[in-house]
Design a protein around this ligand. Structure first.
Ligand SMILES: C[S@@+](CC[C@H](N)C(=O)[O-])C[C@H]1O[C@@H](n2cnc3c(N)ncnc32)[C@H](O)[C@@H]1O
Length: 349
């Protein structure tokens, strides 16, 4: 810690003042700003020229101790423990998701008043990040879009995301996309055999369909998507990944679209976790005998897999089908004891 001359500013004005201090070249970037109660302290190189700001803001010049920015923080936690009061350290988010150059972070309400600071820190630690979004609640509506606030960086949130050798253009503000599902996409794509007919019922911007097609040039994939924005990106991504000859994208509701299609499929992906069971009958009616459904489903409790398997087997039987569970796993925990699980079901009649 070293003693420095500093400017003390109320938190609500801190970001505005920081920008102006930076423009005036007054901030001493060798030291880390610090927050105490409702105030932020910015270390200064000099106070010459500060009077330009004192007219517009109520600033106090003080002498106080700062930590040197000796090493770049390696994690969000490492950076934020220096900025946030100790009693708030327990709320520091433990993970950040990245979609292209957009960072997604869940900020608990205890840290909401520090959102801008957190956004700035994320951009400092991850220089490739152009925008930081804070997640607002769960995915909602038919299109399964999540609400976000821009807390740092540019407002344009369209980006290019890379996953398993494929590239995806998307805008997380307009379409669903979850980078945490990438392991599932690879697992499913690796199961696809030559010449399969695959149906991706809820294709989004295409990460299952495109990866499957990219890995195997003999397959035919039908990708259906309801959200017009996601469909537009799906088309773009099919051509960006040069799989136009293998992926057929259709815009619409699977319930209507599949009425006009005769094909029965070897494999069907049902990635609509909160609602997939509603479409199980439709999927089974479009699946070959011994074909496989990859069903994503939300289930709660201590043993979500056995609960869901029982539920699904019963539902399939009521619909007149027999299914064998050939694989299952918990994919993500979306809330305490609430999981997205996958069940791979083989149709046996
Ligand atoms: C959970 S997202 C999955 C997207 C994609 N599989 C992925 O990995 O990113 C579900 C998608 O299904 C679409 N959807 C919802 N209901 C649909 C329906 N009835 N017919 C076709 N698509 C639908 C939504 O717009 C959304 O993009």
């Amino acid at each position: 810690m070293e003693e420095k001359i500093a400017v003390k500013v109320v938190k609500s004005k801190a970001e505005e003042v920081r920008r102006k201090l930076k423009l005036l070249g007054l901030i001493d970037n060798d030291f880390k700003p610090k927050v105490e109660e409702d105030y932020v302290f910015f270390p200064l190189k000099t106070t010459n020229g500060l009077d330009v700001l004192t007219k517009d803001y109520s600033l106090e010049v003080a002498s106080t101790f700062f930590k040197r920015r000796s090493e770049k923080a390696r994690s969000l936690r490492e950076a934020l423990v220096n900025i946030l009061p100790e009693k708030l350290h327990q709320y520091i988010p433990s993970s950040i998701d990245f979609v292209g150059d957009v960072a997604l972070i869940h900020i608990p309400e205890e840290l909401e008043s520090y959102s801008k600071e957190i956004g700035r820190v994320v951009m400092e630690i991850y220089p490739r990040v152009k925008t930081v979004l804070s997640k607002q609640g769960e995915t909602i509506g038919e299109y399964r879009i999540r609400m976000f606030n821009v807390i740092a960086g540019r407002l344009d949130t369209e980006t290019i995301h890379r996953e398993h050798g494929c590239i995806y253009k998307l805008d997380i503000m307009r379409t669903f996309f979850n980078p945490r599902m990438s392991g599932e996409r690879l697992r499913v794509a690796q199961l696809v055999k030559d010449n399969e007919d695959v149906l991706d019922m809820f294709a989004g911007i295409g990460p299952f369909s495109i990866l499957i097609a990219k890995k195997n040039s003999t397959v035919k994939v039908t990708a259906i998507e309801l959200n017009p924005d996601a469909y537009r990106y799906l088309l773009t991504n099919i051509s960006l990944n040069k799989v136009e000859d293998r992926v057929r994208a259709i815009h619409g509701d699977v319930r209507q679209v599949l009425r006009g299609i005769e094909t029965v499929y070897d494999r069907i992906i049902m990635d609509l976790p909160f609602d997939s069971l509603k479409f199980l009958g439709l999927a089974l009616s479009k699946l070959k005998k011994n074909g496989v459904i990859h069903l994503y489903h939300v289930e709660s409790g201590e043993d979500p897999i056995s609960r869901a398997s029982t539920r699904v087997a019963k539902l399939a039987e009521e619909l007149g089908y027999k299914v064998e569970l050939i694989y299952s796993r918990r994919v993500l925990e979306v809330a305490p004891l609430k999981f997205i699980i996958t069940l791979d079901l083989m149709k046996t009649n």
